[in-house]
Design a protein around this ligand. Structure first.
Ligand code: SER
Length: 319
């Protein structure tokens, strides 16, 4: 991995993945590409930034060839709740970006990383310690259907064309740089902003609903560690369970109260998001990632909360 392109660079993950990769591989070697380069103009300050609609195959090929990319990070996706508002659009965007990344990657000698998610599991999946290889049939979101398709297709390109495709199943990602857009796990980001702003939060997910979550620094480390892993050691490829913490709304609220004792939480449950959350695992078993490429997270709910509250406070003070 020497010449990298990140598509969907302006999104929640891309906007942090680009600087993270630039620190390791050098700014000139990491191209940020996004449909809307105005929204991520700061990524153009210290490295290449290209306007790219990932569904525009010719433009995608042009950018990959211009920079002689050897690795594509496909971070383009509509998330789970947004996807349910317009399933056709979600399929077109999520699968369009996937197939273009795979075909262009194959034809230009690139490795391809496309994230999967806890959303790749469904109502028939074992909920606790969800195994690496398990049932994924009863998926109830178009987002999840796209993620399962991504896993299958990426493995197919590996077996059929010998392409270096790799992926992780991300938990809900918590970060303070760019907000996630329209995910079921977004409450676990919003709660920190509202705690700092108002000292109160209305949660759209029911108390007692457990989901896997992860702090962005761990997610970024996972991506690089997997992409740099010795391929001979990879039994799996698309896609590895990775986990660091699983909690329900009352637990994150209690953790916030250790810093802001007056913090109050109420509930106004969103039935669409709740049904999605109920179909996803309570906690994934990530032992294959630990064994095959040495995955190990650094943050838990306590350390993440301390850092998130400090960073969100700083961010809101500077706004
Ligand atoms: N965070 C995503 C969502 O909630 C799941 O991967 O849609």
């Amino acid at each position: 991995m020497k010449k990298i392109i990140v598509i969907g660079a302006g999104g929640q993950i891309g906007s942090e993945l680009v600087p993270f990769l630039r620190n390791i591989y050098g700014s000139a070697n990491v191209v940020a590409a996004d449909l809307d380069i105005k929204k991520c103009a700061r990524l153009g300050e210290d490295g290449p930034l290209e306007e790219l609609n990932a569904l525009d195959k010719n433009r995608f090929i042009e950018v990959v060839r211009k920079y002689k990319s050897d690795t594509i990070f496909n971070m383009v996706a509509l998330l789970s709740a947004t996807g349910e508002k317009n399933p056709e659009l979600a399929w077109d965007i999520n699968i369009g970006a996937l197939t273009n990344s795979l075909n262009i990657g194959r034809d230009n000698g690139c490795a391809v990383f496309t994230p999967s998610s806890i959303g790749a599991f469904g109502v028939d999946t074992p909920k606790d310690h969800t195994p690496q290889d398990t049932l994924q049939r009863a998926n109830t979101t178009i987002y999840g259907v796209c993620k399962v398709t991504g896993e299958l297709l990426s493995d197919y390109y590996f077996h059929r064309f010998g392409m270096d495709t790799r992926s992780v199943r991300f938990p809900g990602l918590i970060s303070y740089v760019t907000l996630p857009g329209g995910g079921t796990t977004d409450y676990a980001v919003d709660i920190y902003y509202e705690a700092v702003r108002k000292g109160a939060f209305t949660c759209n997910i029911k108390a007692g609903t457990y989901m896997d979550m992860m702090y962005m620094p761990d997610a970024l480390n996972a991506v690089v560690k997997l992409m740099e892993a010795d391929p001979a050691k990879l039994v799996h490829r698309n896609s590895f369970n990775i986990a660091s913490m699983s909690f329900e709304p009352e637990q994150i609220a209690a953790e916030i109260r250790k810093h802001l004792p007056d913090f109050k939480m109420a509930y106004d449950v969103d039935p669409v998001k709740q049904a999605i959350a109920d179909s996803w695992p309570n906690s994934m078993d990530d032992s294959c990632a630990r064994m095959e490429w040495g995955w190990i997270p650094a943050y838990n709910l306590e350390t993440m909360t301390t850092d998130m509250l400090a960073k969100v406070k700083e961010k809101l003070n500077n706004d």
